[in-house]
Design a protein around this ligand. Structure first.
Ligand code: G6P
Length: 588
């Protein structure tokens, strides 16, 4: 869950690497470092903290050298220390590398290497530097060395490596972790993330798993782990640099919340043929499984609910991290629908790998162009919502939801379906205005240790998502639950003043959910109702527009995103980079 990048070109590498690190900071922000080669010297600078703080201290951008690598870390193996930060360097200080992923057999390799090599960190990555040093001494050739080393390593990894005696070359290795080459003019990049080099080029070459790339200032050579040279063309990605700026907003998260009135429309614009093929598969009578993690899992729950209730198609939804029991059930008569913003979530990719060779059809919904998920799919739909930088999913959540609506409305041939979808954008615009009236509720949440989110049926996943947003951004314990389950335990926790957010639009769930709100209120809870209609049980009412019943989830989530964001601001948390979290969870 780190960001890695390498640069080679005619310019000084370090200011470019610094800019790239800032672009990738959402991937990890415990510590960061760079390494360059200049005048036959390997220079390494690294420290802990946020990138700007580190740069102020150790002036990354003053480091000389036209070749360099850089890393932003989200700690997995080893605590947050300077020693554990990347780049890691061989004992002879001739080789430096950055790594994203996890090496499963690092303990065993460390033991084997520790008689000859001096380990400075607790990381799994450092063993790779020593292993390369060991093998390079025998082979004297980077690609052969990297092939051998990659075979020895188990787990998932993307590496960018520089060798002091190959100052005109930079090497990348990909196995189950993303790595993309950016092709510039007299400069090239190799990184975990397109966003990292989007300021410099939008021409990319995607590496596949088990491939090694040798990149020079004006050439790219790709060789697979079997030694075969691979020819692959350049893809032009449409993301402009402006898409990843904050514009006039103080944070990416609030910018992305505001973008939702247009991003839902972008998500609805699907290629006709691709969309129809997707629908054809869904109606082919195969067993349907839907999976995701975090917010994307909540979409999987809504998708299942709507497929079952509206389209009368049965489906199962499961957390990608719990794929084991479901993968047993899948065969060539099954469809798996993985949903993911990043397309790189390790649990999700693992869930696909478990079943792909059993003939299961993979129909994915993802955002990141060229992601691993996009390339593992038989059919897919892209969210088209542009890069999402804030760690908490916001615009990608509603874009996913918009695609789910498009599918369901099509399957049901819903009357006025197109009109309803066209109206989503203005519904969202209207509800975004609610932010002006949230002050008192934000004060209530800010004073609370626990908050409950209640909803029934299709509103249950929205309750889960609302609670997740509050936890992630405001660091307040929150529980989303099916409203009917309240009396089976959670009611015991309700005390005087406990806030309960009741998702309660005027649909068939309204009456029962009001009863649950009353049960809570009579135990002292402060009730915050989200509904188009006020009710005397609400201490606070968040008014949402009256829309078609099926549309409510996309409307309800917006006030919950706003509440989480503004409570985070009230608490002086940085909502873009919540503590301990990373946007793209590329480790299991
Ligand atoms: C991380 C992010 C969440 C996201 C989840 C799944 O935990 O912080 O916001 O929902 O991963 O990510 P995906 O990219 O697969 O949708």
């Amino acid at each position: 869950m780190c960001g890695i990048i390498g640069y080679i070109g005619n310019n000084n590498a370090s200011p470019i690497l610094l800019q790239s690190l800032k672009r990738m900071e959402y991937r990890g922000y415990d510590s960061a470092g760079i390494a360059t080669i200049n005048d036959n010297e390997l220079i390494v600078r690294k420290d802990i903290g946020r990138i700007d703080q580190i740069n102020e201290k150790i002036k990354f951008d003053a480091v000389k050298g036209k070749i360099g690598i850089a890393h932003t870390r989200w700690a997995t193996h080893g605590t947050v220390t300077i020693e554990n930060s990347h780049p890691h360097v061989s004992c002879n200080e001739e080789i430096a590398l950055v790594h994203n992923g996890i090496i499963d057999n690092y303990m065993q390799l460390r033991e084997e290497l520790s008689t000859k090599h001096n380990f400075k960190s607790e990381t799994d990555t450092e063993i790779i530097a020593h292993l390369i040093e060991e093998e390079y001494a025998k082979r004297k050739e980077p690609i052969e060395t990297l092939k051998y080393v990659s075979d020895k390593l188990t787990g998932s990894f993307a590496l960018v490596v520089i060798f002091k005696d190959h100052v005109n070359e930079i090497y990348g290795v990909r196995k189950y972790a993303p790595l993309i080459i950016g092709k510039g003019k007299k400069e090239n990049f190799i990184a975990s993330d397109i966003v990292s080099f989007i300021d410099y080029t939008d021409n990319v070459i995607f590496l596949e798993d088990k491939e090694i790339a040798k990149v020079t200032i004006n050439s790219v050579k790709i060789i697979n782990f079997d030694g075969k040279e691979i020819r692959r063309g350049v893809t032009h990605v449409a993301w402009e640099a402006a898409d990843v700026s904050k514009e006039e907003f103080s944070h990416h998260t609030i910018k992305e919340i505001h973008e939702q009135n247009s991003t839902v429309n972008m998500a609805l614009k699907q290629d006709k043929v691709g969309f129809n093929n997707f629908i054809k598969e869904l109606t082919s009578g195969k067993n349907i499984f839907i999976t995701g993690s975090g917010s994307s899992y909540h979409i999987a729950l809504i998708f299942r609910n709507m497929l079952t209730r509206f389209a009368k198609i049965s489906a199962q939804a499961f957390l990608s991290s719990e794929a084991e029991e479901y993968s047993e059930l899948m065969d060539d008569n099954s469809i798996l629908i993985p949903i993911s913003q990043s397309g790189e979530t390790a649990d999700l990719l693992e869930a696909i790998r478990k079943v792909k060779n059993k003939g299961v059809k993979i129909l994915s919904i993802y955002n990141t162009v060229g992601s691993s998920l996009s390339r593992m799919s038989d059919l897919s739909m892209n969210l088209n919502c542009g890069p999402e930088i804030g760690v908490a999913a916001t615009k990608s959540f509603t874009a996913q939801l918009a695609i789910v609506y498009k599918i369901i409305f099509n399957l049901c041939q819903m009357e006025n379906g197109d009109k309803k979808l066209e109206g989503l954008s203005s519904n969202i615009k209207e509800v975004l205005d609610i932010k002006k009236s949230l002050h008192q509720i934000i004060e209530v949440l800010n004073e609370s240790n626990d908050v409950y989110f209640l909803g029934r049926s299709i509103h249950h996943p929205i309750a889960l998502e609302g609670a997740l947003k509050l936890k992630e951004l405001a660091y307040i314990h929150a529980e989303g639950m099916a409203a009917g389950e309240l009396k089976h335990g959670t009611l015991a926790l309700v005390e005087e003043g406990t806030p309960a957010i009741i998702i309660n639009p005027m649909d068939e769930t309204y009456r029962d959910t009001i009863s649950n709100a009353i049960e809570m209120k009579s135990r002292g809870a402060k009730i915050i109702g989200i509904s188009s209609t006020n009710n005397e049980v609400y201490d606070y009412w968040i008014k949402i527009p009256e829309v078609d019943n099926s549309i409510y989830p996309i409307i309800e989530i917006i006030p919950l995103q706003l509440l989480a964001y503004f409570t985070a601001i009230r608490r002086k948390n940085n909502p873009d980079y919540p503590r301990n979290l990373a946007k793209s969870v590329t480790v299991k």
